[in-house]
Structures are given as C-alpha cells and as structure tokens.
Write a protein that binds this ligand. Structure first.
Ligand SMILES: [Zn+2]
Length: 152
C-alpha cells in the first residue's frame, strides 16, 4: 500500500483532502485532515502462493520377464519358435533372441507379441509428480482499496 499522492510507502493515514478521502503518507497528510491512521495489517499485498498440482505420468516399460513369458506362452500354444515367427511375420532368430533375453523388444514389438500370445509384455508405471506452480495473485489496483468519498 502506498500513498495515493506521492506513492511513498510506510506509515499511511486515511486523510480527508479537498473533499476526498485518500490514503496518504505522513507528509501528504499535511495537505488535509487526518481521519485515522491506516493499520499496516490491513495492507493488501501482492501475494504469490504456491499451488501444488499432481500430475500423473505413466511410463511403459517392457516386462522384466519378457523372455520367459514369451517362451511359456509360445509353448502353451504348441508353437515352435519358427512357427511363432511366421505368425508374427518376424524372423525366427528374433524369437530366439527374445526368449534368450538377448534382445529386448521395442514397445511396438512387445505389444504385438503380447496381443498375439495373450500375455502382458508391458508394465505401466505411474509416476506422480508434484509440480510446484507459483501463481501470482492478481495484482490489485488502487481502486480496490481506495475508497474516495466525495462529500456532499
Ligand atoms: Zn505522500
């Protein structure tokens, strides 16, 4: 809160100056008649406050047991590596590498394998992030707290 007349800060006085009620500093209050001293705790400050918002982020990763899962699912379907490869339109060597943990499938391949073998190839991790957003309160305008009363 600042003086209506000279914008000085500090001790302020609600003062009647030329038929208007203004909040002014001690110096400016001499131009009129002081009505009351403005209590500092009534001061409206521009505040900034932190708003915590949670954001969930899900991360898809290949299941750690992909190799064993592929093998088990393939065997339960009574398919050889070659047959599975043919059904997926992939190379037999790829299936072999997958089942021996030598090759970690891409998410795309994992989804393809998962949907064919009806196994869960992907693990979803949900990570919670706390975002500290600093929001600036709307700046007040002089009009918000200066009530100029014209005397009749
Ligand atoms: Zn002043």
């Amino acid at each position: 809160m600042r003086c209506d007349m000279c914008s000085a800060s500090g001790e302020l006085y609600r003062t009647s100056i030329e038929e208007a009620e203004l909040v002014v500093c001690q110096k400016c209050s001499k131009f009129g008649k002081v009505i009351s001293k403005v209590k500092q705790h009534q001061e409206r400050k521009e505040k900034s406050f932190a708003a915590v918002s949670e954001k969930e982020e899900s991360i898809e990763i290949i299941s750690k047991n992909y190799a064993g899962n592929i093998k088990a699912a393939r065997e339960s379907l009574n398919l050889t590596q070659k047959e599975l490869a043919q059904k997926l339109n992939e190379k037999e060597s790829l299936i072999h590498q997958l089942e021996s943990s030598h090759y970690e499938p891409s998410l795309e391949l994992a989804k393809k394998l998962g949907s064919f073998l009806k196994i869960n190839m992907i693990e979803e991790y949900k990570e919670k992030h706390e975002n500290l957003q600093s929001k600036k309160a709307e700046a007040f305008t002089l009009g918000d707290f200066i009530k100029v009363k014209k005397k009749n």
